[in-house]
Design a protein around this ligand. Sequence first.
Ligand code: GLU
Length: 398
Amino acid sequence: MTKPLSNRTQNIAASLTVAVDTLAKKLIAEGKDIVSLGAGEPDFPTPAPICEAAKRAIDQGKTRYTAPVGILELRKKICKKFLEENGLNFMPDQITVTSGAKHAVFNSLAALVNPGDEVIIPAPYWVTYPELVKWLGGVPVFVQGARENRFKITAEQLQKACSSKTKAILMNNPCNPTGTVYSRSELEALASVIVQNDIYCISDEVYEYFVYEGEFTSIGSIDGMQERTIIINGFSKSFCMTGWRVGYDASPLPIAKIIGKIQGQATHHPSNIAQYAAIGALDMGKGESLKMRETFRKRRDFMVKGIGESLKQKIAAPEGAFYLFAPVSTVFGKRKPDGTVVKDSLELCQYILESQGLAIVPGAAFGDDSCVRFSYAASDENLKQACIRFNKAIADLK
Ligand code: GLU
């Protein structure tokens, strides 16, 4: 074959979180002793009522096509969730059920972005965002959140980043990888810039249930925002349903229509059975997720202390999600036992995986090479092992 392949896909990078997770799972399958804190994937099994709902769906023959935007009963329940938990009024026609939240991000960007449009992305950011923007011919514009400000961007920074080409801002609150959670007043300040500049907002709220301090606020609930915001959420993290692939977005009706059209052409709809499982999840309510949050809180505190001790510095506890984004640049320039020098977060993670069998993700994947990311949605035993192995890897650097 000599004809060139798609230029757009050649310009995007592969997902490093997915690559690290895939490699760790392969090494484990080969019998290697690997502790994987690569992907953010809760270690708990999918709760039984959800599995039962899926089994019932199979028994009742719910195995045929659904509407591209998802089954009505599920979309109604998602509307009820928005009303009760976020104070947001949506009609079922504004909801699209997707194959995971990542797919909802893609659909949303596909509905908004024209070639050359700028999409503002607060940094550090989730690995997938800039690549999807680029894939669609858009231009990611990064706004760096300062570590001293817990990686939050300010209204002034946002205003400076806006240009005549800005189409949207892509927020992740709570944030993967930093654990940053914006308060209502911080969101209000950002919202006023968003409204003033008449841009759209895509708000990925997939870690909504994992906020350790204070209340979660959806930016969609701020005055003037609902009509310009696409809210993204999903079941993978909150209900331990990573492999089921069910997410959703809620958007203004004209955008929802476009998203439905895209989905009808691209994937038709997410698995019918998984959609019934998602109904089972919403029927359960968030009680189990909140119990899980308390477990994650203990794990967070354990990791903050353990990794902080290895790095000989105090690390601020993340306020949300289930990742620790630890600063490691103090070890750059040191020598590994084989005499070679660790230059960046990628090399550090490679060295830690090869020498200690610990899989973590380089900060470079998230736009901050000075850090590495640990997922603490893992068993207590694995977290204990992770601290021991990380400590040994760091102590071996001279
Ligand atoms: N969102 C999770 C993470 O960042 C799962 C992997 C992925 O889709 O990136 O680890």
